[in-house]
Design a protein around this ligand. Structure first.
Ligand code: SF4
Length: 266
């Protein structure tokens, strides 16, 4: 279970930054006379200011529709993810109201709506804080550790990648200390392998890949220098596919059990 962070276009996030941080932005609509645009989608900031300069009348804005939020909420429900939506101040706009309606229509409890009581940079501060608090990946499955990380982790987790079933059972990104140890051994072994390859002059790249917007290169600070090109020379994407926990741990057992690899068990 992951945590999805949603905001609206009044937060003025640069689209590349929003994409890099996995923030979903629901667009507001902007009208210049008869022409209607979706902020950040069909109207960039550059064009907005150009029109502002050129047009005689001032633009007007409309709050996002409940459907715009609902689409994202439904995607989260289907994936079993939680949602934190930080939106434009309820005192300034009906955006929050649209999100409330969408939540009711979606009938999915793990959606947390936050009235930013602010706009633009004020929303960005809150969204950035939510990104900082968002956790994903594996956490140690010891109750005392989970509680120490988040008070309500065993009853109503909001920030850890966990879900609590009706019977109180916890599912999600949990691993035992032994499993984390195996994972650590595998990662160290892989790093040794990579270092050995680099020493030997092998510089082909095989970045992990889920989709165009979700792959290692999206977040990589070296992208402008790397020029990775799928299929060129030895450059190949490494597709990642979702696996069930049993398969995941089974493959790790197999890898660290293999003889002659740097990550093999002693
Ligand atoms: S941009 Fe280059 S260095 Fe960065 S993840 Fe992609 S392939 Fe690797």
């Amino acid at each position: 279970m992951a945590i999805r962070i949603i905001t609206d276009s009044s937060a003025d996030f640069d689209s590349a930054v929003a994409r890099r941080r996995s923030i979903d932005v629901v667009p507001m609509s902007i009208q210049f006379g008869d022409a209607s645009f979706l902020s950040g989608r069909t109207l960039s900031n550059e064009v907005f200011y150009k029109l502002l300069h050129e047009k005689k009348e001032n633009p007007t804005t409309s709050q996002p529709t409940p459907e715009a939020f609902l689409r994202l909420f439904q995607q989260a429900r289907e994936a079993g993810d939680q949602v934190v939506a930080v939106v434009l101040s309820g005192a300034l706009s009906g955006t929050l109201q649209s999100a409330v309606i969408a939540k009711e229509l979606c009938q999915y409890e793990p959606i947390y709506l936050v009235d930013s009581r602010s706009a633009s940079a004020g929303i960005q501060i809150l969204v950035n804080y939510a990104c900082k608090l968002r956790r994903s990946g594996l956490v140690l499955s010891q109750p005392e550790v989970l509680r120490a990380m988040e008070h309500g982790a065993l009853e109503e987790p909001r920030f850890l990648p966990l879900a609590v079933g009706r019977g109180g059972g916890i599912t999600g990104g949990l691993a035992t200390a032994e499993e984390l140890g195996k994972l650590g051994r595998l990662v160290n072994g892989m790093l040794e392998t990579i270092a050995g390859e680099l020493r030997g002059g092998v510089i082909d790249a095989d970045p992990c890949y889920v989709s165009e917007s979700d792959n290692a290169c999206t977040y990589c600070e070296f992208a402008s220098a790397c020029h990775f090109t799928e299929g060129e020379g030895g450059d190949r994407r490494k597709p990642l596919r979702p696996v069930k926990p049993e398969e995941f741990w089974g493959r790790i057992d197999m890898l660290i059990g293999g003889e002659g690899t740097p990550w093999a068990s002693n």
